[in-house]
Design a binder for this molecule. Structure first.
Ligand code: MRU
Length: 352
């Protein structure tokens, strides 16, 4: 059994697997308006950096259809400005969102003066979607070369098929290493408050018959001491120019704990998740509603009126990361120079 597609284009509509209801209910919601797609991203129907980027591109394809034909690039740009902005405002941290929208802008420039921009935008969304699956398989295979035989690994949040076009980044590495026979098991941190580890990662791995054990986040240090995993493997929402990595809140804690216990830290991410324009401290961190912490499935679990702070992501300093794996290879000891060299080589067609 394999994980169902998080995103599909069906009958001229965008269909998103409602990840809020998993694993108990597996149901798709249909979208034909860009504004509704933006709400779906913000409300966590679809989540995970690459999946957010792919979804935004489909959102722009829907926006083109909503606008009807426009006579020029200038007219298209004006007509698309509002839906584009709504999509851009949906979630601030995953840079894949902005990367995808910039690719959409190029299509407007290229096709906006003639007929057929709508089909070109849809073709772009489908291309980004397909490319992402191929990229994840390459990330998986590069990452798997780092996994020693008989490894137990630890993962956080969900950086799997559900968070991407398919296969996954961190779970892509785990899938490839499992196929190679080097992984004997995976510990999945539950990942409060949305429980992506408990609800999504354990579900994906169980469907692939990869042995997974769920743990509370507070158990991480104790489990690292007792079970000595070889790697923590996570995805990323933004890799900064200096090698710092924004990822799901709790990743930074894990990196500190891992370093203390001699466990190596791997980040698996496509180059579309890299942002050369800023360093880690400048990455915008999404702040989500306090009610996500004070309530669980609609029921209050904290005293009424209790203040809560709910950053959705944190930034792990590059010095705590042993390797970042992209579709082009492995960046060992990531930092400003190694990141720049890797990305420069990637854009000139080389691999490291
Ligand atoms: O809030 P989420 O569920 O969108 O956060 C997801 C993560 O932090 C993932 O680790 C990251 O986006 C990488 S997904 C391949």
């Amino acid at each position: 059994m394999s994980t169902p597609d998080a995103i599909r284009w069906n009958n001229n509509q965008l269909e998103l697997l409602d990840q809020r209801a998993l694993p108990n209910t597996c149901a798709y919601l249909s979208y034909d308006r860009a504004e509704d797609v933006a709400h779906a991203i913000r409300d966590m129907v679809v989540r995970g950096a690459p999946a957010i980027g792919i979804t935004a591109a489909y959102g722009m394809a829907l926006a083109c259809r909503q606008c009807g034909e426009q006579p020029s690039v200038a007219a298209w740009t004006k007509a698309l400005a509002a839906p584009r902005q709504t999509l851009a405002d949906s979630r601030p941290t995953a840079v894949n969102l902005f990367w995808a929208l910039q690719r959409c802008d190029l299509v407007v420039e290229q096709y906006g003066n003639g007929p057929g921009l709508g089909s070109a935008m849809l073709a772009l969304a489908q291309q980004i979607h397909q490319e992402d699956i191929d990229i994840n398989r390459r990330i998986g295979d590069h990452g798997a070369t780092l996994i020693e035989p008989d490894s137990l690994v630890y993962t956080h949040c969900n950086a799997g098929a559900l968070a991407t076009g398919g296969y996954g980044t961190a779970l892509g590495v785990i899938r490839s290493a499992w196929r190679e026979g080097t992984i004997r098991g995976v510990i999945a941190g539950e990942t409060r408050p949305w429980m992506q580890g408990a609800r999504l990662t354990s579900w994906e791995l169980m469907q692939d018959a990869i042995p997974v054990t769920l743990a509370t986040e507070g158990a991480a240090a104790q489990l690292m001491r007792e079970l000595t995993p070889s790697w923590v493997i996570v995805g990323a929402d933004r890799v900064a120019a200096n090698g710092d990595v924004a990822n799901k809140i709790g990743t930074y804690n894990l990196a500190i704990i891992a370093r203390h216990h001699g466990v190596k830290m791997m980040v698996a991410a496509p180059t579309s998740t890299f942002d050369r324009t800023m360093d880690g401290p400048d990455i915008p961190i999404e702040q989500r509603s306090a009610s996500e912490i004070t309530h669980s499935q609609g029921t209050a679990i904290a005293p009424q009126g209790c203040p809560a702070h709910n950053p959705a992501f944190d930034v792990t300093p590059a010095s705590l990361i042993d390797a970042i794996v992209t579709e082009h290879g492995v960046i060992h000891q990531p930092g400003r120079d190694t990141i720049a060299a890797h990305l420069d080589k990637a854009t000139t067609g080389g691999a490291s």
